[in-house]
Design a protein around this ligand. Structure first.
Ligand code: R5P
Length: 313
């Protein structure tokens, strides 16, 4: 196997290669003055399973190099070409919310599937789509972050109450809470615009003595967790700890949350961010190994993201 790091994917590629005992290289990129891009794989690929590695946040600039690299690997004789993308882009546009809009989750799946044999990702945003197979005709594997998050909660939080900011989050919240042996609840969210979100509590407890932990799959603007934090405060609960799987975090999201009086912010390392504290690399490596065929894996429990601290105000 050969792991090829997509733009921004070097750390993930190195972690996967360490776990899978294989080589990795960074995809070489050259931008021409006219804005076009040349990609080059600086390693032998003939007869190897080539796995492109990198999260697809900021997807528009990453997707063409990904497709070019996948085609190059295939033309150069790769036995199969896979993608390990912990964050899979465009999943939230899962219907035509307004007349004339594109359903980009479907278009993006069609695009990637033309060049790949398999896809491994983490907790894709499945809401109106119920599985990746509805969208992707290639082999897919969705790795769950819940076991790693639940272990972290057991090690770091006394008597947690796991809270989801909206009904969609129930799938992650209930799984994490069940594994951590904690109670859970979800709130009700109405989104009026990118930065305009209202959240209200649906269930008042009793939650005495519990530490609220707000859990969402994605933080982008932070408005969802901000509104949820305010609703928890109004319900008389303590300042929540915020945990997310995919730390998209726009430039101000972290400061918005810290300014709203949360007790801390942490994330999984699906997207590299200062809040990364929970590593998903071992689970991803295992999924890649299974998708690529039989390859002996090295035990990888010792792999940790570099920034392991809770970010607190
Ligand atoms: C929504 O469907 C997702 O699960 C997240 O709640 C949402 O993407 C978070 O976005 P933001 O941080 O911009 O409120």
């Amino acid at each position: 196997m050969l792991i090829v790091a997509l733009p921004g994917g070097a750390r993930l590629a190195a972690g996967l290669a360490q776990s899978l005992r294989c080589d990795w290289t960074e995809l070489a990129l050259h931008s021409f003055p006219d804005g076009e891009t040349l990609v080059r794989i600086d390693a032998a690929v003939k007869g190897r399973c080539v796995v492109l590695a990198g999260s697809l946040n900021q997807p528009d600039s990453k997707t063409l190099p990904l497709l070019f690299a996948a085609d190059a690997a295939r033309e150069l004789g790769a036995s199969q070409v896979g993608l390990a993308a912990p964050y899979l882009a465009y999943m939230r546009q899962d219907r035509r919310f307004n007349a004339g809009e594109a359903v980009t989750s479907r278009s993006y799946a069609r695009l990637l599937s033309t060049s790949l044999d398999f896809l491994v990702t983490v907790d894709p945003h499945l809401h109106r789509w119920h599985s990746l197979q509805e969208l992707y005709p290639i082999r897919t594997r969705a790795v769950a972050s819940a076991p790693a998050i639940a272990r972290w909660l057991q090690d770091h939080v006394k008597a947690p109450l796991v809270v989801g900011p909206d009904e969609e989050s129930e799938q992650w919240v209930s799984d994490v809470a069940h594994r951590a042996g904690a109670p859970w609840t979800v709130m009700a969210k109405t989104r009026h615009g990118d930065h305009d979100v209202a959240v209200r509590a649906k269930d008042a407890g009793p939650w005495t003595g519990r530490t609220p932990v707000l859990l969402d799959d994605i933080v982008s603007t932070g408005r969802t967790l901000l509104a949820a934090t305010q609703a928890l405060k109004e319900a008389g609960l303590a300042a929540p700890l915020c945990i997310c799987v995919h730390a998209l975090f726009d430039a101000d999201a972290l400061w918005r949350l810290l300014g709203a009086g949360v007790s801390g912010v942490i994330s999984c390392d699906a997207i590299a961010h200062a809040s990364n504290a929970i590593s998903l690399v071992p689970a991803l490596a295992e999924a890649v190994r299974e998708m690529a065929g039989d390859m002996p894996a090295r035990p990888t429990d010792d792999f940790q993201p570099s920034a392991g601290n809770v970010i607190a105000p």
